[in-house]
Design a protein around this ligand. Sequence first.
Ligand code: HPA
Length: 277
Amino acid sequence: MLQNEELINKISYASKYIDSQLGCIPDICITLGSGLSSLADLVEFRKEIKYDRIPGFPKTTVEGHEGALITGRIKDVSVLMMKGRFHYYEGHSIEDVVFPIRVFAESGIKTIILTNAAGGVNRNYAPGELMAITDHIGMFCESPLRGLNLDKFGPRFPDQSSVYDWEEVVNNANKTDVKIHKGVYCYAKGPMYETPAEIRMLAALGADAVGMSTVPEAITASHCGMKVMGISTITNFAAGILDTPLSHKEVIEVGVKASESLKKLVLSIIESKGKNR
Ligand code: HPA
């Protein structure tokens, strides 16, 4: 783990590099989950900043997916999308998983939408449907705030009573006729899917969906004082609900199919951001 000063310098270098590539501070950052990268097609006047050009950025481990920030405009709102994110299960340290979030905060970004693919624990949440994350269960995740506190960004013991701005997600879904559920997202370390017994446990704990991302980023963004929205695409019934085994291929395929309604929803959120400026 880096000492604070080293980490703060590392964040600052990366942020300065990104600032040098952008003409303005993006109004909103969107992290794209598995199968959801076509959201990046919405960006106009687009520019790509490959992760490997950004000093200190972690290296992506997925071959052929080098990872890049996509910047530009959507409906006259300046956006920055993260195409490719860093998962703990890939072997990244938790510090690296959330490094980009700290960098975006340093660059002055105030709002972030985190999207993900998730398994539906709630039996009423079917594959292909969307869920606004209202809260999370993050105790199975190593804390991204562990170590000396970065006072510059936020307090040592941050309140977690309202990490997600879910009302804005639900309002925009209603406005655009996109079906939306509300629910609690539970973080699982992965990379293995859960067992049926684990899913029964998560259901008893109050989880509606389960996935392997988002919570570390949400904790960090909220620690930095950012407004956080989380949207899960339910790509499958969680383990044990159906008799069939889970497959990554299916997760990606359903994610891609559902991305039209996700796009509609995200566009509406972005548009409302433009109006409220
Ligand atoms: N479990 C964990 N992560 C996931 C799932 C799941 O069922 N589906 C998509 N991501």
